[in-house]
Design a protein around this ligand. Structure first.
Ligand code: ATP
Length: 347
């Protein structure tokens, strides 16, 4: 899909029987929800400006669903989103809201949207945020369109989520530095990266850094690879090593794993580095900005086309629309071939 043609809303077409017109869209809301991801600001900017270009008013909803419940709204004009495309985090802030999970919380949110005259909403977040949007749109007459924003890249129906590429590059930069000290001292580093349920960030950063072993929740057989490396690989040639551990690989993460390895191999110098929230921050990469911009424009396009409960995604470079119920229920496919490549190259 390309940039939408500007629409004259007074020309909104009548339905087939010629009697009823589609509900006219006047004001949209936009918010960010769940974990922050670099590139969310680029998406807010694109949504705001595409909406204004199509003669819509825009309201920014601050602090995710909690802000929606509390009516924490600000008007967004074109100048309000100026100079934010390069910023990490989200100018609208984000939150996780327990109250929104309750019918009472969603009723309050609905009232606030009604009071503010908001006809439809763009939600930028992960699958939890889309589940919330789907639930509310089934209870109340309000359209939501989603933009996938999460560093995990774990959402079905899109090759790409905003923030993933920036986070991947942050991990690669950090591990390259850790490698310098690992080689100098002959140490093994267990580097824990984010990914409670999805190991894509761990897998791809491990490939990009030439990690000796990559442990991810999707493949338990990788623990055999770790054993082989500790028993033979390290002594035979490596003298140091990087083991990338996705935080969801096993309870206790890299710290627990290092403790176990030290018990079995007291002769090895094993260290742990947990990259933590550094992975979420920073200026978004060019691709994160471009894709956030494309998806932001496509989200406004979809609302103008009277779409509801869909996520905008990117599939083979093309913008696609994925129903929320598929995006939240199906699993993002895991690239087993990449794991095989990593194993083959670590001879
Ligand atoms: P990330 O991938 O970064 O964690 P996310 O959008 O999946 O992002 P969640 O914390 O799972 O993050 O969800 C964000 C918010 O969406 C929750 O705090 C809650 O307010 C709302 N939400 C999630 N699941 C539901 C649900 N089943 N019903 C209603 N609201 C929900």
């Amino acid at each position: 899909m390309t940039i939408s043609a500007m629409r004259d809303l007074s020309m909104t077409p009548a339905t087939e029987n010629g009697l009823r017109r589609k509900p006219i869209l006047r004001k949209i809301g936009v918010f960010t929800s769940g974990g922050d991801a670099p590139g969310m600001n680029a998406a807010i900017r694109a949504v705001t400006r595409a909406a204004i270009a199509n003669k819509l008013k825009v309201t920014g909803i601050r602090r995710g669903y909690q802000g929606m419940i509390e009516g924490d709204f600000i008007p967004l004009r074109s100048s309000d989103v100026s100079g934010i495309i390069q910023l990490g985090g989200t100018i609208l802030r984000t939150a996780r809201s327990k109250e929104f999970r309750t019918p009472e919380g969603r009723e309050k949110a609905w009232q606030q949207l009604q009071n503010a005259g908001i006809d439809a909403v763009v939600v930028i977040g992960g699958d939890g945020s889309f589940t919330g949007a789907l639930t509310m749109s089934q209870e109340y007459n309000i359209s939501f369109v989603g933009i996938p924003g999460t560093i995990d890249n774990d959402i079905y129906g899109t090759d790409y989520t905003i923030g993933y590429e920036t986070a991947l590059n942050s991990v690669v930069c950090a591990v390259d530095k850790i490698r310098d000290t690992a080689v100098s001292h002959g140490r093994i580093f267990m580097v824990e990266v984010m990914g409670r349920e999805a190991g894509l960030l761990a897998l791809n950063s491990g490939i990009a850094c030439g990690a000796e072993v990559i442990l991810i929740p999707e493949s338990k057989e990788q623990h055999d690879a770790l054993k082989r490396f500790l028993d033979k690989g390290y002594k035979r040639k490596e003298r140091s090593g990087i083991v990338i551990v996705a935080e969801g690989d096993e309870p206790g993460g890299a710290l627990k794993l290092a403790e176990n390895v030290r018990c079995e191999h007291p002769e090895l110098d094993v260290r742990v580095s947990i990259l933590g929230h550094i992975q979420r921050g920073g200026s978004p990469t060019a691709n994160d900005r471009i894709n956030a911009t494309r998806m932001g424009v496509a989200a406004v396009d979809a609302l103008l086309d009277d779409q509801k409960s869909i996520m905008i995604g990117i599939d083979n470079g093309r913008i696609v629309q994925v129903p929320f119920n598929k995006a939240v229920k199906l699993n993002h496919s895991f690239d087993r071939e990449l794991l095989e490549i990593q194993k083959m190259l670590n001879i």
